[in-house]
Design a protein around this ligand. Structure first.
Ligand code: TXA
Ligand code: MG
Length: 315
């Protein structure tokens, strides 16, 4: 379907005004963040929030992340905030960290899927911060892709996926991190890691002296599915480039169109390019992408988590 979205880079004040007006009128727009592009609606309009679920084709039981301009807005949207949560905001916001907190009365039930907790983050992207400040409200924003598919890390990805269904896409350039935010549940003691991301438990311990444990019990982040981040092509994981070559030969012999991806030399670059590499493989009609797993350190945990889910999607 043809693109109908206006692509704005937000350099002009009037463009930010257009986005603010669209959000206030209940429209859903594409916005950049440092992690991935988001599909944004104003947090105080339930029909706008519901429109996100419809456009994404996402089950309404999967709650959304509320995005705020600065830490000072936190107390509008959350209550009984623990000292650990305060310390995490102070250290890591604005940045790729989402906290699960007890929601305030102001949070709509459409945002949380009826839960009494809410996910909140303060993104680190100048254009989106400008937009949030001018809006003087919060937005909710899941990744701007169809449910279960690969998240977008460029404005063009959003055009490709949703350009026929939304009115504006704010182009803030390529996402500098490229993987979704780390999610920490701060309503439990000790806090639990619900989704890996650029900020790791090790970094949290080092910087804030807070111990974060693995999520336990029933899946606490609805949407943490075994299959996710799925391209069309099959993703096969290997431990080394050498092993990748052997696998590649096997698939080529079976008549498949194969690509080998080894970005293990530079993990930040691996994270930044992972989703666009999978999207390019689909565009090039590759059948099998063989990816060398990241070493388990820093953002390597998050890269491998996404890769495992992408690989599972084909099973
Ligand atoms: O980096 C990001 O976080 C991006 C950008 C756009 O900010 N957003 C993003 O949103 O990844 P989304 O909707 O794709 O992922 C939201 C995750 C889901 O896995 C959901 O289950 C979890 O947050 N979540 C939201 N509210 C929650 C709650 N109250 N309790 C537990 N998990 C929650
Ligand atoms: Mg997503």
């Amino acid at each position: 379907m043809p693109n109908k979205a206006r692509i704005l880079d937000g350099n002009l004040e009037s463009e930010i005004d257009d986005c603010v007006n669209a959000l206030r009128a209940g429209s859903v727009i594409g916005i950049p963040t440092e992690t991935v592009y988001g599909l944004a609606a104003i947090a105080s309009n339930s029909s706008a929030v519901r429109a996100i679920y419809a456009i994404k084709e996402r089950p309404s039981s999967h709650p959304l992340i509320l995005h705020i301009a600065e830490t000072s807005m936190l107390d509008d949207w959350a209550t009984n905030i623990s000292s650990e949560a305060r310390a995490l905001c102070k250290q890591f916001w604005p940045g790729p960290l989402t906290l699960i907190l007890h929601k305030s009365d102001k949070v709509l039930s459409e945002v949380t899927g009826g839960r009494d907790t809410v996910a909140i983050r303060c993104p680190n992207h100048s254009v989106t911060t400008k937009l949030l400040k001018k809006l003087n409200n919060a937005i909710v924003a899941p990744s701007a892709n169809k449910f279960g598919k690969v998240s977008p890390t460029t404005a063009q990805h959003v055009v490709n996926d949703l350009g026929s269904e939304i009115s504006i896409i704010l182009d803030g350039g390529d996402c500098s991190i490229g993987l979704e935010s780390t999610i920490i549940d701060c309503t439990t003691t000790p806090p639990q890691l619900l989704r890996t991301g650029a900020i790791t438990s090790e970094e949290i311990l080092r910087e804030c002296n807070i111990t974060v444990v693995a999520a336990s019990g029933e899946s606490r982040a609805p949407g943490m599915l075994e299959k996710h981040y799925a391209p069309m092509c099959r993703v096969v994981l290997v431990g080394s480039s050498q092993a990748g070559l052997v696998e590649a030969q096997r698939y080529v012999a079976d008549g498949f169109k194969v690509r080998l991806l080894d970005l293990t030399e530079d993990l930040d670059k691996f994270a930044r390019l992972l989703y666009s590499s999978l999207r390019t493989a689909d565009k090039d009609e590759i059948n099998v992408v063989i990816v060398v797993r990241a070493p388990m350190s820093g953002i390597g945990f998050a890269i491998n988590e996404r890769l495992e889910k992408a690989a599972n999607s084909f099973l």
